[in-house]
Every structure is written in structure tokens, then in C-alpha cells.
Design a protein around this ligand. Structure first.
Ligand code: SF4
Ligand code: SF4
Length: 374
């Protein structure tokens, strides 16, 4: 029987409640397996990009602190690792750790930084797609992996929570290659499931005190949802929280793929508080049918395209650098424009990685008309 632990926590100032949740989580899910003294534990937060904690894009440092403090007290050796979106250097990774508020925690608890990009290798991750991916392979380097994710909507997958957070093990620009290879959301979700089954986190913890809805994972609305949750099973955890938030499960591709593979068949119990998350909104619809099932022309009319707001754009060109098929160009004034919409794969990496929320998604007229009916 799988277990999910949930605790309602009003805000990040309530460190006592966050610490008590971390203690209960560690006692329920890790301590029964082993004495933690001397164990090597990797913490994998969501560090999508260089954003401060109040932006609700990254895992809040107070949640990471609570786990680090308790695990250190128990004598564990701690590591923290991630590969943020886009091209990374060690320097840019360290800046992301600093801006997201993780740097003092790393110092206070003597945590070793693992920069996934510099230790990556090509691996066949097996599973359904048997794909070769450029990943940081935790292999037998750690005794436990704690997946510390954020509860957010996601323009392409519908949701990023425990399962999608593991995509951070695919390094830097190899993420863009994944988008080029798995252009259909159903295939991309299958790749994510294969990866989650390969990496096998020992524990997934969800920071849902302040979450992100609407146009997540980086340009959405920071919204108070007031909870922390944990489970050993990332598939069931995502499923349960999405149901609690009354999300349209058919629009969350990792959940539909998990259902198909029987990954949600196990029975589970929820311990702690009951969640009823009202008013949490999905992103706008970006497609009404899988593009593999319709003609290419219809794909253009029935799937949303990105655009770049010149009034907000700061010409940093992160969108251009991170577009997998390289279909964004500069116009005569140096602003990014989508030059080749036919070959835009609708991955929305440009929207996700724009640091200034200038890249947005535009629904074409036909999509607006048809989305209610298809
Ligand atoms: S990433 Fe955003 S701010 Fe930077 S060039 Fe593109 S649209 Fe402009
Ligand atoms: S333009 Fe944006 S949505 Fe289209 S392929 Fe490039 S990154 Fe993906």
C-alpha cells in the first residue's frame, strides 16, 4: 500500500510546522529503511532558472532548509544537484543557487554541490521508449535521492510536480534535444515516466505552500495553496494532488501516460490533512488534438504559438538560445520573432525560460472556437 503524507502550512514563516512535516516525512519514509548516519543523500530541488523564492518558480529555500537541518542532525552527508533549464555553466548554476536563496543553506549544513552538467553521460534509460539521454546518472553514488519539487502548472505537460521535476537530471541543452525528439506531448510524457522509473527517487516532497497556476512553470500566478506533501511514489503523489486541485486530469500528460501504464493502479492511503484546493487554474489550452492525428495545416490553426512582447522584452535572447528547432530570429530592431511557425514544435521552452515574462502563448482564433467542443 502506497502512502502520501500531507500537512497544511499557512506560510514560509512557520518554520516550526515545516520542520515538523520534514521530521514526520523522514521518520515515515526513510528511517525505517536505514540509520541515516553516514548515508549519502542527494537533494534535487526545482531550480528551473535564476529566480528569487517569492517568484514561486523554484522550491522554496525554507523547505530545503528543514530537510537539510534534520538530515544533517542525523549524521547524513548531503549533496544538492540540478541542471537548470537552458545552457548552464558552473558559474550560472552557482548564481541560480544564490538567487533562489539556497546558498546560505549549502553553507550552513556543509552541503556538496553537484553540477549535473559537468558529470553527465549518455545512458539508455530503458522503459517504454528505451531512449538514450544525456543525463547525470546518480547510479550508486547516493544512498537516497530526495526529489524536492514545486507544485506548478506547465504549458506543455499540464503540470510540473514530482514526475516532471526529474527532468532536471537531463542536462542543459540535452533538454532541448528531448523536445526535438519527443515533439508530441504524449511521447514527451512517456520519456518523463521512463526517466522517473530510471532515476527512482527514494522520496518526493512537494512544496505547495505558494504554488504557481495559469501560465506556469515560470510566467504564471503565484498562488497560496498552503500545503506540503510527500510520498515514495511520485506518480501517485502527482495524481492525488492534481485531483485535490480539481485539475483536468486529461490535460496532464504525465498522468494520462501513468494511467495507461498501470502506474496508478496501486492502492494508497493519505495521512495527515485533507486537501481541497479551490481556485487553482490550469494554463490556457494550447491544443485540442494531438498533432499526430491531424493534418499539418490544422496543427497551425489548432495549437497555440508563442509570441514575444516588445514592450517587456529586454533582448537577452534566452528564447533564441533555447529554441530546440531554432525557429526564432531577431527582427530589424533586434526583437525576437517567430520566423518559422510551421516548424515550431510548440514545446514552449522559449516561454518557460524567458526571464522577464515577455514570451507568451497566443491562442489562434480557431483554437479558441474549437476548444470548447473538441
Ligand atoms: S527571452 Fe524574453 S526578454 Fe529575452 S529576448 Fe526572448 S522574449 Fe525578450
Ligand atoms: S519557438 Fe518556442 S515553442 Fe516554438 S519550438 Fe521554439 S522554443 Fe519551442
Amino acid at each position: 500500500m502506497e502512502e502520501i503524507l500531507i500537512k497544511k502550512v499557512e506560510n514560509y514563516d512557520d518554520y516550526e510546522s515545516i520542520l515538523s512535516f520534514a521530521k514526520e516525512t523522514i521518520d515515515s519514509f526513510l528511517m525505517e529503511e536505514a540509520d541515516l548516519k553516514g548515508k549519502r543523500i542527494l537533494l534535487k530541488p526545482n531550480l528551473l532558472m535564476k529566480k528569487p523564492p517569492e517568484a514561486a518558480v523554484t522550491t522554496h529555500p525554507v523547505v530545503v532548509r528543514a530537510f537539510a537541518e534534520l538530515l544533517k542532525q542525523k549524521g547524513a552527508s548531503l549533496f544538492i544537484g540540478e541542471s537548470p533549464g537552458g545552457k548552464n555553466t558552473k558559474n550560472s548554476f552557482e548564481k541560480a543557487l544564490k538567487v533562489s536563496g539556497l546558498e546560505p543553506i549549502i553553507r550552513d549544513y556543509d552541503i556538496d554541490i553537484v553540477f549535473f552538467d559537468s558529470e553527465s553521460e549518455e545512458k539508455n534509460i530503458g522503459g517504454k521508449l528505451r531512449a538514450n539521454l544525456q543525463i547525470f546518472d546518480p547510479d550508486d553514488k547516493f544512498d537516497f535521492i530526495i526529489n524536492l519539487c514545486k507544485f506548478k502548472t506547465h504549458g506543455f505537460m499540464g503540470l510540473t510536480c514530482a514526475v516532471k521535476n526529474i527532468f532536471g537530471f537531463v542536462v542543459g541543452t540535452a533538454k532541448a534535444q528531448c523536445h526535438l525528439r519527443f515533439t508530441e506531448p504524449e511521447d514527451f510524457a512517456d520519456m518523463l515516466l521512463d526517466l522517473a522509473l530510471y532515476i527512482k527517487p527514494s522520496l518526493s516532497v512537494v512544496d505547495g505552500i505558494i504554488s504557481m497556476d495559469r501560465e506556469g512553470p515560470s510566467s504564471g500566478r503565484a498562488v497560496k495553496t498552503g500545503f506540503l506533501a510527500a510520498s515514495r511514489n511520485p506518480f501517485i503523489l502527482d495524481y492525488h494532488l492534481s485531483k485535490a486541485a480539481k485539475l483536468d486530469l486529461n490535460r496532464i500528460y504525465t498522468i494520462t501516460a501513468s494511467k495507461k501504464r498501470g502506474l496508478l493502479d496501486s492502492e494508497y492511503v493519505v495521512k495527515g490533512d485533507t486537501l481541497d484546493l479551490l481556485g487553482f487554474e490550469m494554463p490556457q489550452k494550447t491544443r485540442v488534438l494531438s498533432s499526430s492525428r491531424i493534418f499539418k495545416w490544422f496543427r497551425g490553426q489548432l495549437t497555440a504559438l508563442p509570441y514575444y512582447d516588445k514592450n517587456i522584452c529586454r533582448k537577452c535572447y534566452e528564447c533564441i538560445k533555447n529554441c530546440p528547432p531554432q525557429v526564432i530570429r531577431k527582427d530589424s530592431k533586434g526583437y525576437p520573432v517567430l520566423k518559422d511557425s510551421e516548424n515550431c514544435i510548440r514545446c514552449y521552452c522559449c516561454v518557460e525560460l524567458c526571464p522577464y515574462e515577455a514570451a507568451k502563448i497566443k491562442q489562434p482564433l480557431l483554437l479558441k472556437i474549437f476548444k470548447k467542443y473538441l
